[in-house]
Design a protein around this ligand. Structure first.
Ligand code: PMV
Length: 361
C-alpha cells in the first residue's frame, strides 16, 4: 500500500456527535528504530514486543461545529485535568494527518487521556498515547465509511499513529510487530506495522518485561532530536544494515526458541542504540550509573545461574528485563534481592507481552 491508499474522500453525512474510547499498549523494541527520513519514514526496520500493562486509555468526544472552520478545535484533559502543554503536540499531529482524515476540522473534540503508568516514570507515553488517539479517530472515520475492512482499519490506525510518533505504529496489534521495509517480509512497510508472519516458538509467546525505573526525570534529549542526529552520523549506514542482519538472525531464533542467541541480539541492539547516541555530534549519554550496575549484575547472575534473563533499553536510563514465564519466580526474587536498590524509590513495573489495543465501551 502507498500513502495514497490512506487518503479519504470528503463525507456528506457527518454524525452530529458521539464518543469513542480505546486503550492502547506501549511496546518494547528488540531491534531498535533509531534514525528517520522525512515524513516519519524509518531509516531501518524494527521489531517489538507489544506490552500489556503499560497502556494509555483515550476517549474522544466529538461535536459537529456550525459552518466551516479553518482551525482545529480541541480540549485536552490529561488524568482529569486540562493539560495545555500537551496541546502543541496534538496540533502538529492533526496538521500531519488532516489530509488522511478530512473530517478533523468539522468537529470540536474533547480528548481525555490517562496512562496506566505514572507520568513521571520515564516511560514514554508517546507510543501508547498516539496509538490510542489514532484508534479513536479511526473509529470515527469507520462510522463514516461502514464498508471499511478490519485489516484496513488497523493498518490506517498504525499509519496515523506512526505520523504522531514512529514507534506508536507498532502499538496497535500484538504480540510481535515488525515495522519498516524488510526484504524477507513481503507485506512489511515503512508506513505501518505488521504482525510478525513467521513461526514463533512457545517460549517467546509469554515473555515478561519488568521495567526497572532507574531515573524518572525528563529525558535530556528528545527522541526526535536523537533520530535527527543519525543524519551525518559516522556509523549510520553500517548501523542501518546491521538492523536488517539482526532481523535475519532473529527469524531462526524465534523459530527454534533459541534463547541464548536471542539474548545476544537483544542486548547488542540495546547497547548499539546507546552507542549511536554516544557517537553522534553532539554526543550524549542517557544511561545512569545504576543502569550500568544493573547490566553488570544481570551478566553475573546469568553466568552463575544460567537463567535466561536479558535486558534492553529505550532512549533513557530505565532497564527492561526480558525473560520467559518459566523463570518468573527466580527473576522476581533476583530483582528484590539485588536490583531494587538501583531503582528510584525502589519502583519497578511488571509487564508482559500483550495482544494489542482494544476498544472500551
Ligand atoms: O517513536 P519515537 O520517535 O519516540 O522513537 C523511539 C525510539 C526507541 O524507543 C529508542 C526505539 C524503538 O524502536 O522503539
Amino acid at each position: 500500500m502507498t500513502e495514497k491508499d490512506f487518503l479519504s474522500k470528503s463525507y456528506n453525512d457527518l454524525p452530529s456527535e458521539g464518543k469513542v474510547t480505546w486503550k492502547a499498549p506501549s511496546n518494547i523494541a528488540l531491534v531498535k528504530y533509531w534514525g528517520k527520513k522525512a515524513n516519519q519514514i524509518p531509516a531501518n526496520p524494527s521489531i517489538s514486543f507489544t506490552l500489556d500493562a503499560c497502556a494509555t486509555t483515550t476517549s474522544v468526544s466529538y461535536t459537529k461545529k456550525e459552518g466551516d472552520s479553518p482551525q482545529f478545535s480541541f480540549d485536552l484533559i490529561f488524568e482529569g485535568k486540562p493539560k495545555e502543554d500537551f496541546k502543541p503536540k496534538i496540533q502538529t499531529f492533526f496538521e500531519r494527518i488532516e489530509k488522511y482524515l478530512p473530517f478533523l476540522k468539522s468537529y470540536h473534540f474533547i480528548i481525555e487521556t490517562s496512562n496506566s503508568f505514572p507520568h513521571s516514570s520515564g516511560i514514554a507515553s508517546s507510543a501508547s498515547g498516539m496509538a490510542a488517539l489514532s484508534l479513536c479517530l479511526m473509529d470515527i472515520e469507520k462510522k463514516l465509511n461502514g464498508s471499511m475492512s478490519e485489516d484496513f482499519f488497523k493498518k490506517k490506525a498504525s499509519f496515523l499513529a506512526r505520523l504522531g510518533s514512529g514507534s506508536a505504529g507498532r502499538s496497535i496489534e500484538g504480540d510481535l510487530i515488525q515495522w519498516g521495509k524488510y526484504a524477507a517480509i513481503e507485506e512489511s512497510s515503512d508506513l505501518y506495522g505488521v504482525r510478525y508472519p513467521f513461526k514463533i516458538a512457545t517460549v517467546f509467546k509469554n515473555f515478561h518485561d519488568t521495567i526497572l525505573l532507574v531515573h524518572k526525570g525528563q529525558k535530556q534529549v528528545s527522541s526526535s532530536v536523537g533520530h535527527n542526529l543519525m543524519h551525518d552520523h559516522p556509523y549510520a549506514e553500517r548501523r542501518f544494515a546491521q538492523a536488517h542482519e539482526n532481523l535475519d538472525k532473529l527469524k531462526t531464533i524465534f523459530e527454534n526458541g533459541d534463547l541464548d542467541n536471542f539474548i545476544r541480539i537483544v542486548e547488542s541492539e540495546a547497547l548499539t542504540l546507546h552507542a549511536m547516541m554516544m557517537t553522534s555530534m553532539p554526543y550524549f549519554i542517557l544511561m545512569k550509573p545504576d543502569t550500568l550496575e544493573i547490566i553488570n549484575k544481570i551478566w553475573s547472575y546469568r553466568a552463575s545461574t544460567k537463567v535466561p534473563l536479558c535486558f534492553t533499553l529505550d532512549a533513557g536510563a530505565n532497564v527492561h528485563l526480558l525473560y520467559p514465564e518459566s523463570v518468573k519466580e527466580k527473576v522476581i526474587q533476583f530483582i528484590q534481592d539485588e536490583l531494587v536498590v538501583h531503582c528510584e524509590k525502589g519502583h519497578y513495573i511488571c509487564d508482559r507481552i500483550g495482544d494489542g489495543a482494544r476498544k472500551l465501551r
